[in-house]
Design a protein around this ligand. Structure first.
Ligand SMILES: NC(=O)c1ccc[n+]([C@@H]2O[C@H](COP(=O)([O-])OP(=O)(O)OC[C@H]3O[C@@H](n4cnc5c(N)ncnc54)[C@H](OP(=O)(O)O)[C@@H]3O)[C@@H](O)[C@H]2O)c1
Length: 266
């Protein structure tokens, strides 16, 4: 439930090691959010010294202590986006731990390589199941909860990759196109319920997911995406492009004839 000043009190981050997701959560905690649920792969693995140490699973740490130091009560739950049959229970467990969910951020995803997908269609289907299917099942489960509460915001991390799909990464892009359509439809379905959806369309974000890649024009950082999301939560914007000028750029790019579009290098 939003606190007495109307700011966010409770946040659920799905994909609890996501750079963008954690940048949003950190900002919300600095602004007063007091209960955070981080849903991550491998959370059931034993913690160091049995204490509330950062949970590690071969990859980035889950910054439990950092968020606790900022004043939040942090819960860590096990979550696998590729197991949709577990998603409704996960949402209920998060609400049981933290109370009404003010902001839910599904921030999981895999970028993958088009060349790998071309050679391994099964890997492509598996990643689409995470990048699209996982968002559909967790999004619907979260929406059910927010509708019941009569308030709360689902932040959907779409991408300009889905606004017009490019041959360079069309498996990832098509999953994002599906996700963007799902998010818009869900936003309309929730209209009038008190719950809402923010659709976020970042361009190239310099960070872990894009490590080793040459930044595209108009690249941003996770911090810039997080600032834009927090502003959208404040102003009740429904769609956010990051940076904002991508909106105009894509208004033009959407209209480029296919023979030109398919020749673009990236
Ligand atoms: N980075 C960009 O350029 C960019 C641009 C536009 C949109 N986005 C979208 O923004 C979101 C966040 O991206 P990011 O840059 O923060 O990426 P990130 O730092 O690489 O985080 C992605 C997270 O997804 C998690 N994940 C992957 N598969 C999962 C699964 N099956 N179950 C549970 N968690 C899973 C990963 O968990 P582990 O830590 O366990 O591996 C990782 O923590 C993604 O949806 C991405 O597509 C990113």
């Amino acid at each position: 439930m939003r606190n007495a000043l109307g700011s966010v009190d409770t946040v659920l981050l799905l994909g609890g090691r996501s750079e963008i997701g954690l940048a949003i959560v950190e900002r919300l905690v600095r602004r007063g959010a007091r209960r955070v649920v981080l849903a991550v792969r491998g959370a059931s693995a034993p913690r160091e010294n049995g204490a509330s140490a950062s949970v590690k699973d071969g990859g980035a740490a889950v910054p439990v202590e950092d968020l606790e130091r900022l004043g939040a009560e942090v819960h860590v739950l096990d979550f696998d986006a590729a197991r949709p049959e577990t998603h409704a229970a996960l949402i209920e467990e998060a609400a049981a731990r933290a109370g009404d969910l003010d902001v839910v951020i599904p921030a999981f995803g895999v970028l993958g390589s088009q060349a790998v997908y071309d050679a391994d269609p099964v890997a492509a289907a598996r990643d689409v199941a995470v990048n699209f299917g996982g968002h559909v099942s967790i999004g619907l489960a979260a929406a059910g909860r927010l509708r019941e509460q009569g308030h709360g915001t689902l932040v959907v991390l779409s991408s300009v990759a889905g606004v017009r799909v490019r041959k360079a990464n069309f498996v990832y892009g098509s999953a994002k196109a599906g996700l963007d359509g799902f998010a818009q439809g869900l936003a309309d379905a929730l209209h009038g319920s008190g719950a809402r959806v923010v659709v976020v369309r970042p361009g190239f974000v310099i960070g872990r997911m894009t490590r080793g890649m040459t930044p595209a024009p108009m690249s941003v950082t996770a911090a810039e995406v997080a600032d834009a999301v927090v502003e959208a939560l404040d102003t009740r914007q429904g769609t956010v492009w990051v940076p904002a000028r991508l909106r105009l750029a894509f208004a033009v790019m959407r209209l480029l004839p296919r023979p030109i579009w398919r020749r673009l290098p990236r």
